[in-house]
Ligand binder design. Sequence first.
Ligand code: SAH
Length: 346
Amino acid sequence: MKLGINKINTPLIGQDVEKMELLFENLGESTFRGRQLFDWIYRRKIDDISMMTNLPTELRSKLKSIPFHPLKLVINKYSKSNETTKFIFMLKDGQKIESVLMKEDNRITICLSTQVGCAVDCDFCATAKMGFKKNLSVGEIIDQFFQIQSIINQRITNVVFMGMGEPFLNYDNTINAANLLHHPKGINLGAKRITISTAGVVPKINRYTKERQPYRLAVSLNATTDDDRTKIMPLTKIYSFIELMNSVRNYANNARERVTFEYVLLNGVNDSEKEAKELINLLGNINCKLNIIPYNEIDGKFQRPSEQKIEKFLKIFSKVKFPVTIRRSKGTDINAGCGQLIINSN
Ligand code: SAH
């Protein structure tokens, strides 16, 4: 079936090379034109048909009504430190998502959302309070990258899938978005510069391992026992702590890169010496690194430990063999820190 051009209203950003080839095939054109379009959009980052000078003028005018962007930028807010910027985008249906840009030394990292809201319901996370609204399409995921890149006009060096939502509950679109970011003829971002973070959806971790996905994996652990984790991450009732650890260990044994364990430090909940030692025991024989994230406060239910307590907790790790880092979220004055992403109706 040949589609009339006026029937094509799927935005171009998010389409892979095969879809672009098909687009031209449907227009009775050579598939080669699809590869040219892919090159303009993903490698040269051009979102204006009239600038695509190697496409015949007639073809350009046929294409000019096709939209590029699935998202519309509504707000960007700079943090006082000026190192963190929060962006709010609107989807076609009016729902909103957030992305966060972080600059540190010569690393420019963007934190992408994969869903509107989230179904996982971690007790400490702001996004959980929204409930689950919908999965983002590949285009809606990738367009966060595109629009931010063009606003800052600097090369984004790292991408983390750690914004709103649970990437592994939108597995295919997340992986396809990562594939587009990584495509050597397009954006060409190195696989090691792309990190997907999961709250622990075990069957998807197993699938990710089996598929030998080249991207980095991060797992939000946040506790050291099944009981403690169930209290703050109800997902543990479905995928137990032991199942999760076995699945991650299996990943780590098969992957080229270390797995990252994220551990949100909650005052009086998981920040004792006992927990630090349990963590060392649990992670000691896994090819991993540990990223400790002092809690960013949201609604008063949980608190961030004092600096003293954070330092004391960290010190216990001074002799461990795996790398330990601490994430000092920089955008907390604009609610752009980890777990602070929420869209209110106001
Ligand atoms: N759903 C995915 C990705 C989004 S959350 C996941 O769970 O991994 C990204 C990270 O932020 C997770 O490690 C999560 O545990 C952490 N986080 C959530 N709320 C937080 C908060 N209020 N303060 C600090 N970190 C938080």
